[in-house]
Design a protein around this ligand. Sequence first.
Ligand SMILES: C[S@@+](CC[C@H](N)C(=O)[O-])C[C@H]1O[C@@H](n2cnc3c(N)ncnc32)[C@H](O)[C@@H]1O
Length: 451
Amino acid sequence: MSINSAFLDYFRQEFFLDNEIEFEAFTKSLLRPLKKTMRINTNKQPLDTFMSNKTAVGWKFGKTPNGHVFHVDREDTSIALGSNPEHLRGDFYIQELSASMSVWLMSEGQVHTEPFHILEMASSPGGKTTQIAEHYPNAFIFANEFNKERIVPLLENIERMGLTNIAVTNMNGVQFRDLPNRFDLVLLDAPCSWEGIGYKAAESLKYWNIKNVKTIARLQKKLLHAGLVALKPGGTLVYSTCTLNHIENEEVLASAKEEFGDQIEITFSKRFWPHTEIAGGFFVAKIEKKFTETVSEEVSKGYRPNTDISLLEDRSLGMVEDALERLGTNLPHNTQLYRYKNDILLTRFTSDINSLLKELYIIRFGMRIGRIEGNNFEPLPPLGVHFEHTKLLKYEIAKEELKEFLRWLSVPVTLEHAWLIQVYWNGAPLGFGNIQKGVLQSGLPKYMFWK
Ligand SMILES: C[S@@+](CC[C@H](N)C(=O)[O-])C[C@H]1O[C@@H](n2cnc3c(N)ncnc32)[C@H](O)[C@@H]1O
């Protein structure tokens, strides 16, 4: 696929006027496929444990500038990386190196234990949301996504990575301008014109036009304005795009500076060029909010906050706890149970959350681990993937059986009947299953289906 000549003219003019050789290197790099990179889910296991287990079966890891992200080469590639059982149960996330840099820079590569409230304004499919949860395991993260269709992959990825400290909201990010000074950290990984991802979406370079770039920049400015209002004084906002032009990057930052003046300081910015970084094209900047000049009047919100989520209490709590006791469920000590209609939601304990809950349009809060049906607690698939249940029969699945099990096909076993068992793969839970008439059947989440 070709690159649009208006795109080439813009970049030659803006960035490479004196350097034709570099311009050629840049244009050649734009459509070049990238080597696969993956981020290891440190909430599930330490980096070393994952890497030594996989090195033993022929995986080779190469270091990158992000200490949690590795190039990966495998001797046996008959199974796609994304279909590996370790991927399906959330041990790792396939994430492009440049895309991993906004959260890496936000956290300065550290794991922070503070109970921050963090907002990600534009989150689907969740690469950065789930990465934030690794660097801020005790924070509560509000992952917002405007596009209803893109909510599904976001929910799946959060569930796949086993996270309980995330609420997903479905709002226009611009609406956060009505919630001043609420969040300690904000990430705006903005919708953009995709100039940096020609390696997977060549059409963005074929159909590029400046009018489209300017239209997106108008939305980016509004989103950045809203994010800076919602950020607490003393907090940091990270702005990133997977695009390279000035209009969606420096010009968006300049408009915020013009508007907020001394209230903000842009402390860092970097453009990741695909020809020098050997990664996707990307731009990232850090903005510190020094103080708030005026707290804007709280205006009536253009959406209906969701007020039906409440802590699970009294009889229902007792019933769920008894059911979990019967399964021998080991839930982490720092979690608590909430209820939304009949759904039972496991969330990481966090203080000061209730007022925020009542202000946002939340469509998922924590992990959906079960449902109340009449007087019974019915466990749901994520409970089997992410937690051990010591009173359930444990079945370590063999390599030859794995394909059938992950395809929802019947696996013959020696046992006749078991209502609920926990299937293990390589010593760690893979999910629930049940046995009927000597046949093991899957109780895994649908997105774990092996394509
Ligand atoms: C670059 S993508 C986000 C990628 C994501 N942060 C990740 O790392 O996986 C930008 C997202 O912004 C969403 N979006 C577009 N307009 C929006 C708006 N007004 N408010 C919030 N999100 C919006 C798009 O649907 C898209 O999912």
